[in-house]
Design a protein around this ligand. Structure first.
Ligand SMILES: Nc1ncnc2c1ncn2[C@@H]1O[C@H](COP(=O)(O)OP(=O)(O)OP(=O)(O)O)[C@@H](O)[C@H]1O
Ligand SMILES: NC(=O)c1ccc[n+]([C@@H]2O[C@H](CO)[C@@H](O)[C@H]2O)c1
Length: 200
């Protein structure tokens, strides 16, 4: 059995969740783990000097729990998938079967232990204006307070990205303003090619 972990990272509202879901639909025996599902409770997320809740940092996330879930998939992808309600398709031979885990989130490459598990890294980027516009139409829990994007989210993106660029080098950058179908076909082609060349 072969196992592959794909990382779909990128800026807030870059389109990570959209691309990951489409990839999961097109790749047999794949499933998604989303970093956004591991945010700590609001009551334990501190505010910065400006009163903005510090959500855009690894400290706001239960990375231990996320790593534990990834560990479960690594141990037994088949059981992991069925426990989450995904159908597992059997292939002609056990040797040729491939299981794919899609890990998606805005800080997946900034977490050393998680980053080191990822076999192929993609980063969705969009311009500042597009990011601000897309974010303004989203409602998080809790919702963004006035001034949050410019006063906290964008400066944190720049900071987190700098750290990522200093530590990770084999990144495929994707233009998140492209049509979702184009992004999907680009990444699918890349993965299918990779599956053909990696040893069984
Ligand atoms: N290729 C695209 N072109 C235009 N809009 C897109 C594209 N992909 C996603 N969007 C839109 O952008 C918004 C954010 O998409 P999505 O939730 O996939 O991003 P995300 O990176 O997972 O966001 P976050 O992690 O910050 O919540 C949604 O409104 C979605 O419909
Ligand atoms: N609990 C949440 O999901 C939550 C709460 C507040 C803010 N966010 C934002 O999610 C983005 C990552 O997808 C970050 O930019 C957070 O600000 C998420």
């Amino acid at each position: 059995m072969r196992k592959l972990i794909l990382g779909i990272g990128g800026m807030t509202n870059g389109g990570k969740t959209t691309l990951s879901k489409s990839l999961q639909e097109h790749l047999q025996n794949s499933c998604v783990i989303s970093q956004d599902n591991f945010f700590k409770d609001d009551s334990v997320v501190p505010a910065d000097v400006n009163g903005f809740k510090q959500y855009d940092t690894l400290d706001a996330l239960h990375m231990d729990k996320m790593m534990a879930d990834i560990g479960l998939w690594q141990e037994d992808p088949q059981s992991f998938m069925t426990s989450r309600g995904h159908a597992v398709k059997s292939t002609a031979s056990e040797l040729s079967s491939v299981f794919i885990l899609i890990v998606e989130g805005f800080l997946i490459f900034n977490h050393g232990p998680l980053n080191s598990l990822i076999n192929k890294r993609y980063f969705l980027q969009i311009p500042y204006e597009t990011c601000k516009e897309r974010r303004s139409s989203r409602v998080y829990v809790p919702p963004d307070p006035p001034g949050y994007f410019d006063g906290y989210v964008w400066p944190m993106y720049l900071k987190n990205r700098k750290v990522m660029e200093e530590t990770v080098n084999d990144m495929v950058f994707l233009d998140g303003t492209q049509k979702s179908e184009t992004l999907l076909s680009t990444v699918l082609a890349d993965i299918r090619e990779m599956l053909m060349v990696i040893p069984r």
